[in-house]
Unconditional design. Structure first.
Length: 450
């Protein structure tokens, strides 16, 4: 094993079959051959090379004619990533037609354009799985819109909310993440490069820009304004969008991890018979899926940083920075798609402990309703005075482990103006939810626009 994406034992935790296949050696060669074939076809049409030679090259540029192990051996010997493929094409084309293989281009043209074809293929998978996750979360947001849940700030109980509201916040963020993905299409991220040694078309003659345009149109890629061999910002932007999306999913995983803690016990990840949480503790049901979801954000964010470093190209081209893309692009697309599919699985079949959520709201004997009580008391004695009064009572309840409402009711200002039943009525969680329902509807409506 050289990488978790290659490991039969581990790859299921870090990649999906669809994206893993996109970054396989076989698909890499297929994409490079597709570029070479398109180049020859267009050059034949434009009389840059003989039509007979173009037809021959197109006919033999098929993965079935290439042995990956042989290509790898020659690449290692020549210390060049593409030369073995070019040599094999020349051999297959024959002495005469082989002279027109790879005509006018440089390695970077073929490798860059082939890589972008792979990126675009992976991008389509990510878009599909992103839409699927959002569709699942929409259902669960509506399902739990009225499920009482305790809000927490700084890790401490704050005021009541609903579980659906929490999910709606996630959904709103995922919608933005999805839109960022979609907008990559209009930001000319999927752009090829067919312009020669340093991007000047010198090897093509006057027809260079026309060749590039027609080849990239044939490959269904965008055409650059000028060569981007020394400008790696597009792929850096792609990686950054992936990183932001992963940040959302990592945050969701981390929150679910906390909600599944034994002492909180508000959710459980999907569990199937036969799963084992521990090799020594038979009782354990660990958050295996949730931990996997959260864990993948860390390597993605590190990869994003590495991808940004690829922008520091020397002069017109170097491979000190460029080759980092070969590491980063397969990893971030595999890791993100794994997160998307994991999140969909978890959220779709999430076990929500609604009764425990309500118990947790009542855990502190009324303290989460201190704000609501303060505002009601403030109507009579003034907001600031009410804040001070409720604050003192709350601090005493916490420090002396006593019932907050009992302490509050013993305050002379409270006894004078309010009954004990009034105080209790202000601890009804269904009466302190503000505009939660309205905002959930706003999020769902936005999500439905995708």
């Amino acid at each position: 094993m050289t990488d978790v994406l290659d490991s039969i034992l581990l790859q299921g935790n870090f990649s999906t079959p669809a994206v893993r296949a996109i970054w396989s050696d076989e698909n890499k060669i297929k994409k490079q051959l597709k570029v070479e074939a398109s180049l020859s076809k267009i050059e034949g049409q434009l009389d840059v090379i003989p039509q007979k030679s173009a037809d021959k090259i197109v006919s033999i540029a098929s993965i079935e004619n290439f042995n990956i192990k042989d290509l790898a051996k020659e690449a290692q010997e020549k210390r060049h990533s593409l030369i073995a493929l070019v040599h094999r094409l020349q051999t297959l084309a024959g002495d005469e037609d082989g002279e027109y293989v790879h005509f006018g281009v440089t390695t970077q043209d073929i490798v860059d354009t082939g890589t972008v074809l792979q990126v675009k293929e992976a991008y389509d998978v990510l878009l599909k799985d992103s839409k699927n996750l959002i569709a699942i979360l929409k259902v669960q947001t509506n399902r739990y819109r009225d499920t009482i849940h305790i809000g927490r700030t700084h890790g401490i109980q704050a005021i009541p909310t609903t579980f659906g509201f929490k999910l709606a916040v996630w959904l709103d963020e995922l919608v933005r993440d999805h839109k960022r993905l979609v907008e990559l299409k209009s930001r000319n991220i999927f752009v090829g490069n067919i312009n020669g040694a340093i991007g000047t078309y010198a090897g093509f003659g006057a027809k260079g820009p026309e060749i590039e345009q027609k080849v990239l149109e044939d490959l269904e890629l965008d055409v650059p304004t000028i060569s981007w061999q020394a400008s790696r910002d597009r792929l850096a932007e792609f990686a950054t969008v992936i990183g932001i999306y992963s940040g959302t999913l990592g945050k969701i995983g981390h929150e679910l991890f906390n909600l599944m803690r034994t002492e909180i016990n508000e959710i459980q990840e999907p569990f199937k018979k036969g799963e084992v949480g521990s090799s020594t503790m038979p009782q354990k049901r660990n958050p295996a899926l949730i931990e996997s979801l959260a864990a993948l954000t860390q390597p993605i964010l590190k990869d994003v940083g590495l991808m940004l470093e690829t922008m520091e190209i020397d002069s017109e081209r170097d491979s000190m920075h460029w080759r980092n893309e070969w590491i980063v692009l397969p990893e971030i697309t595999n890791y993100l798609d794994t997160q998307l599919t994991l999140a969909a699985t978890i959220i779709k079949d999430l076990q929500v402990n609604e009764s425990q959520m309500l118990r947790n709201v009542n855990l502190q004997n009324g303290l989460p309703f201190a704000e609501h009580i303060m505002f009601n008391v403030g109507v009579v004695i003034g907001k600031q005075s009410a804040h001070e009064l409720v604050y003192k009572s709350a601090m005493k309840a916490i420090e002396q482990h006593e019932n907050f409402l009992d302490i509050l009711y013993e305050q002379p200002e409270i006894k004078k103006e309010f009954t004990r039943d009034e105080l209790r009525s202000w601890t009804d969680p269904t009466k302190v939810l503000g505009s939660i329902s309205v905002k959930i509807d706003d999020v769902l409506n936005k999500a439905n626009e995708l």
